[in-house]
Design a binder for this molecule. Structure first.
Ligand code: PMP
Length: 360
């Protein structure tokens, strides 16, 4: 068996020890005589799995007691609808901040349910920075403020948290939740699709302050109603049991490795290695303003045209895979989620250097 260095933006690499444990427990989970996939979600065994997953996530993020953790389905995209359906009724038109592909999609979806303001944005085609705070036009009567704290496609990350006063702050953290410590109390609601730093695609984690429960619009489908999900312990219907199990193993892996402070340091080191090399190189560029660069998703372009396919083929031959950039940007993108070891980044930089010597 040969494992590659997988730079996919998602679904993405998972810690090898987690996959090995899942493999070892595939036929018989802790003496239950069955796979987690085969267990009743109402049974004692799965009850233990989901409550440990929740408790471990609470520990990792130091989630305050007045926040509920929900394990839902439909990916982060279904939250683009669930958020307005649950929260729009709380005040005036919500404020959306647009900094890339994902916040644009969230804005467009929210517009299906009512009027929406754009409080700050970068222009399409120039999503290469975070709009300076002085340019934000927030409405103090807005129902909520929505932004995407790490734009997976454009590689733009907020390294600060907007201060929205009494207006609940809602963040799509799909591609950087658990990449470092976070002050959950600054947010009304945090959500993240699992397939980057957490587990299998389809699962989405929602962390919501309890005063935001119970305001869903009459049109809101029951399954999207946060209160209904919270009251039912994320199980108004059958939850994504196996995905929750894998997420739980990932949480335990993070805790065993020293929690989010330790992974934060590792992520800093990995990102610095790659950005430093790009900035010192003659062949590669990264378009994002330096203070707003993502530690998780690093898009980079080759200055000379016509080299992309050759670069990718050479990378693949060395076991450095899924580096092709998003179709809307072209070029390359290296995603350096928690499960990417520093050795993977070293191997990538070494290859990039070699390729530059040959083609620069
Ligand atoms: N938001 C962000 C920031 C993402 O990166 C993604 C997926 N790449 C999504 C939302 C959509 O997630 P899903 O495909 O799970 O709906």
């Amino acid at each position: 068996m040969t494992r590659v260095h997988n730079f996919s933006a998602g679904p993405a690499a998972l810690p090898e020890v987690v996959l090995a444990q899942a493999q070892a427990e595939m036929l018989d989970w802790e003496g239950a005589g069955m796979s987690v996939m085969e267990m009743s979600h109402r049974g004692r065994e799965f009850g233990q799995i989901i409550s440990e997953a929740e408790a471990d996530l609470r520990t990792l993020l130091a989630v305050p007691g007045n926040y509920r953790i929900l394990f839902l389905q439909g990916g982060a995209t279904l939250q683009f609808s669930a958020i307005p359906l649950n929260l729009m009724g709380r005040g005036g038109a919500p404020d959306y901040v647009v900094t890339g592909e994902w916040s644009s999609k969230a804005l467009k979806e929210a517009g299906r349910f009512g009027s929406v303001n754009v409080a700050a944005s970068t222009p399409a085609g120039a999503h290469d920075h975070v709009p300076p705070w002085g340019e934000w036009r927030l409405d103090p009567a807005a129902a909520y403020v929505h932004y995407c704290s790490n734009e997976t496609v454009h590689g733009v990350e907020f390294h600060w948290v907007p201060e929205t006063g009494g207006v609940p702050l809602v963040a799509d953290m799909s591609s950087h939740l658990l990449s470092g410590p976070l002050d959950v109390s600054r947010f009304g609601l945090i959500y993240a699709g699992a397939q980057k730093n957490i587990g299998p695609a389809g699962l989405v984690i929602v962390i919501v302050r309890d005063d935001l429960l119970g305001g869903a619009s009459p049109q809101c489908p029951g399954l999207l109603d946060y209160k209904l999900n919270a009251d039912a312990g994320s199980m108004p219907n059958t939850p994504a049991t196996y995905s929750i199990y894998i997420a739980g193993l990932v949480f335990k892996w993070l805790l065993a490795g020293g929690g989010l402070t330790a992974i934060d340091r590792a992520n800093d080191e990995k990102a610095r290695l790659l950005y430093d090399f790009i900035d010192s190189s003659t062949l590669y560029t990264n378009p994002v303003a330096i203070p707003d660069r993502s530690r998780m998703n690093v898009p980079f372009m080759l200055r000379r045209p016509g080299l992309d396919d050759g670069f990718l083929a050479g990378a693949e031959a060395r076991g450095l895979v899924q580096l092709r950039g998003h179709r809307s940007l072209g070029g390359m993108r290296a995603s350096l989620y928690n499960a990417m070891p520093i050795e993977g980044v070293r191997a990538l930089v070494e290859y990039m250097r070699e390729f530059q010597t040959q083609h620069g």
